[in-house]
Write a new protein. Structure first.
Length: 576
């Protein structure tokens, strides 16, 4: 009897405590307190530090209005709750500078519909399944931002993916303080009008300008980018760039020691070029090689075959897929980026010029695999082929380096070259022996991934980006010391390319054999087998994702079941 009485007392106490906790939580909610826990690796469901910092930096009132129809169909019916929670975090982080209004629109409420459209929200047509039939309904699901008389809108929201990135970038645009970045011009490389137009589209909060280095570089520039120049920089230009860095400027050198020639109708090839930039970089512990790094871990473009309409993937070693290890991913420029597709990279050679310099830090950001080699010659053949001649694996090779700190000047103690007869003497360019304040330099073996030929244009509503896009944007943010979007961008990087399963590779090898034998039936059968293997692979990946999603709740359910059975067994053995 005493045992039963004790159990009843414990149960009653548990119920009283649970009720008290619920009352306290309800009271805290009414007072405006809220707390959320995010256990995802990339903090997908909580506001990033950069977004909080941006909201807290607002100098005036910002009004945010979110418009959602009341009865949204699946999958949009989860949007209002997610958006409310997300915008509430912006409001709370702003210290009272953000006013949030959630507007629920009923189907017959023409006044609120009109208000939504006046604030730039578009009406969308959604499909709803009712009684085994489709019904089209007109809905609203968008957000309007107003700040200092300026407005911006997310006219319609289709998914929660990438939403924080879009909102934070929009707030940065509304604040209106653009970061000025220079791109070196005048050396037959890509320009902001042709070749680098897409990178500008990804960074609307930056003001890109073409800069000539034949005169003093403006100190207002947050960073200077040198992207694949095709002819040499003069000593005067190099000295002005050195002066800019010594004054605390940030510099990025993206490739430039090989020139890719891929004219229409001809096979691609590369020629080594000397752009003179190593005279600047060597003092800082790095130089750009003029040999292309090829890697067995590479992209696999599809190559046409003799069988009409049949193309099979072929490895293309001059376009390595570079894996970024966990230690390297800690650096902001490659933060949480697992891999980067890098066309035609050259080796970044390291020297000992800054070894032991306590004021300078050098960080290797990317390397090729051990199964890599160097392609060299006066003309480097880059034509796609089935078989590649490998002189012997000699990797890994360094492909990207970040240098920061009070760098030594490359030219402070170097005498100015004597001009040739008939030429003017170079201007006097002064620079301190060491940077006056910490500077940042990024040297990358390739810059082709930033060019329009390889970098896809940004698409409206784009939620995910590949590693090369993320790196391009992160690098510029890091150089300009504007890191608010780096952490948020890490949430929206596409999953890395996985190792192709053995059945798929076997099917591809069979296709190659069939093409060589001109056996069309065998090739088609292998293609079908490859499709089935890919489908099985996709299904297995979906099962893994589903398992990861259900593992935690299933674990809790199993724990509850075990505890229930244990308590039932204990009660069954009670003696009255």
């Amino acid at each position: 009897m005493r045992t039963q009485t004790r159990l009843r007392s414990e149960s009653a106490l548990f119920i009283v405590l649970l009720a008290a906790i619920l009352v306290v939580l309800n009271a805290l909610g009414m007072l405006g307190f809220n707390a959320r826990s995010d256990t995802t690796k990339a903090n997908l469901f909580s506001l990033s530090t950069g977004s909080r910092r941006l909201a807290a930096s607002l100098k005036d009132q910002m009004e945010i209005r979110a418009y959602f129809s009341k009865d949204l169909p699946t999958p949009y019916n989860a949007l209002p709750r997610y958006v409310r929670d997300l915008l509430t975090e912006y409001r709370d982080a702003s210290g009272g500078k953000v006013t949030l209004r959630m507007v629920e629109i009923e189907s017959q409420d023409d006044k609120k519909k009109q208000e939504a459209e006046q604030n730039g929200i578009e009406q969308v047509k959604d499909q709803r399944v009712e009684a085994d039939s489709f019904k089209v309904q007109e809905d609203y699901r968008g957000i309007s931002f107003s700040y200092l008389g300026n407005t911006k809108q997310l006219k319609h929201i289709d998914t929660t993916e990438g939403l924080e990135y879009t909102i934070t970038q929009m707030i940065k645009e509304l604040i209106g303080e653009k970061t000025e970045v220079g791109v070196l011009g005048g050396h037959e490389g890509p320009t902001l009008q042709k070749g680098l137009a897409n990178i500008k589209g990804y960074l609307p909060t930056y003001d890109f300008t073409e800069v000539k280095a034949d005169k003093e570089i403006p100190a207002t520039l947050k960073a200077l980018l040198i992207i694949h120049p095709e002819n040499a920089l003069s000593e005067t230009e190099l000295r002005y760039i050195d002066q800019y860095v010594m004054r605390g400027g940030a510099l990025a050198v993206f490739g430039g020691s090989v020139k890719i020639e891929a004219n229409q109708g001809s096979q691609p090839s590369a020629k080594p070029v000397d752009i003179g930039v190593n005279k600047l970089l060597e003092k800082w512990g790095v130089t750009l090689d003029n040999r292309i790094v090829a890697d067995a871990q590479c992209v696999r473009p599809r190559m046409p075959t003799n069988v009409p309409g049949l193309a099979i993937p072929m490895p293309y070693p001059p376009y390595p897929v570079v894996a970024i290890d966990a230690q390297q991913q800690k650096h902001p420029a490659v933060f949480r980026i697992q891999q980067i597709g890098m066309p035609y990279p050259v080796r970044v050679a390291l020297n000992d010029n800054i070894k032991g310099d306590s004021q300078v830090k050098r960080t290797v950001l990317a390397r090729s695999t051990e199964n890599s080699w160097l392609m060299e010659g006066d003309t480097i053949d880059l034509q796609m082929r089935e078989q590649w001649t490998v002189p012997g694996y000699s990797g890994p090779y360094t492909l990207a380096v970040a240098i920061e700190g009070k760098l030594p000047s490359a030219f402070a103690k170097v005498e100015v070259s004597t001009p040739a007869e008939g030429q003017e003497a170079p201007p006097t360019i002064t620079a301190p022996e060491r940077a006056e304040k910490p500077a940042r330099v990024l040297v990358f073996g390739s810059g082709y991934f930033m060019r329009d030929e390889f970098l896809p244009a940004p698409q409206p509503g784009q939620s995910f980006m590949n590693g090369a896009i993320a790196f391009s944007l992160n690098a510029i943010d890091w150089l300009a010391q504007d890191s608010d979007l780096i952490e948020i961008r890490a949430k929206n990087i596409e999953d890395p390319m996985l190792e192709v399963p053995l059945p798929v590779r076997q099917a591809e090898n069979t296709i190659k054999e069939a093409v060589e034998q001109q056996d069309e039936a065998k090739a088609k059968a292998a293609v079908e087998k490859g499709k089935q293997a890919m489908q099985a692979w996709d299904e297995r990946k979906s099962a893994y994702r589903l398992g990861n999603s259900l593992a935690i709740p299933a674990g809790f359910a199993l724990l509850g079941l075990v505890r229930w059975r244990m308590r039932a067994a204990r009660k069954a053995h009670l003696k009255l």
